[in-house]
Design a binder for this molecule. Structure first.
Ligand code: HEM
Length: 196
């Protein structure tokens, strides 16, 4: 599916508001996680490695969420049952996100869409994109803790295309740094501006 055909995927669209985090502040965040041009290079390589494995990665992550009631809760309708249409709709954007994480230039458009993703996990916009009735917010504590499974479980997929162990490790570290950066951007709406 091409990105234009993914419902609710509005990367680069005018409707996406400007991120409250400036490119200068983002630069300081990059410095803080030791994110360099080398990481960009290894993310591109990860993009090549993951390109034809996106569905398998998503099967694993969805299996993880689905097998934990406290996580699938966030995809549930007001009767408390998992909303399969909601899960399916988000899955397409999640797949595109894997590719975006690896292949996009982290510029103003990218920064803006990170803010949009944050709003979609927060009260401001959760459920709106897919027009669903579900719980109003993904609690902050799970955004942070989710970094670990999304990082640990990607490694076997990075190993699958025969790259040397040191190359796999560099791809994995770059992925981890990107995740920390992104989730840091996503939590902006959760905090008072002066505390962020
Ligand atoms: C949406 C990734 C944490 C539940 C999304 C999207 C992505 C994503 C890429 C789609 C964004 C878009 O609309 O383009 C991640 C990552 C996380 C994380 C990388 C942490 C490292 C969580 C957690 C939950 C969760 C802990 C709870 C189970 C959801 C839900 C949506 C969503 C329900 C749909 C929100 C809406 O209504 O628009 N996530 N997520 N996410 N995620 Fe997460």
């Amino acid at each position: 599916m091409s990105e234009q055909e993914i419902p609710g995927y509005t990367y680069g669209a005018e409707a996406v508001a400007k991120s409250p985090v400036s490119l200068e502040d983002f630069d300081l965040l990059k410095k803080t996680v030791l994110f360099t041009e080398d990481d960009e290079k290894y993310l591109r390589l990860a993009g090549e490695v993951l390109a034809d494995q996106v569905d398998e990665v998503l099967d694993l992550w969805y299996g993880f969420v689905g097998s934990h009631p406290h996580l699938v809760h966030y995809f549930s309708n007001l009767q408390g049952e998992p909303d399969s249409d909601y899960l399916t709709a988000v899955r397409k954007r999640f797949g595109q996100w894997i590719l975006d994480t690896c292949n996009r230039t982290y510029d103003q458009d990218w920064l803006n869409y990170q803010h949009e993703i944050g709003l979609r996990h927060y009260r401001t916009k959760k459920n709106q994109t897919d027009g669903v009735q579900s719980v109003p917010i993904i609690n902050y504590r799970y955004l942070i803790t989710f970094i670990y499974p999304i990082t640990a479980t990607i490694k076997p997929f990075l190993e699958k295309k025969g790259h040397r162990a040191d190359e796999v490790e560099k791809m994995h570290q770059a992925w981890f740094k990107s995740l920390v950066l992104q989730v840091t951007l996503w939590t902006n709406p959760y905090l008072r501006p002066e505390d962020y």
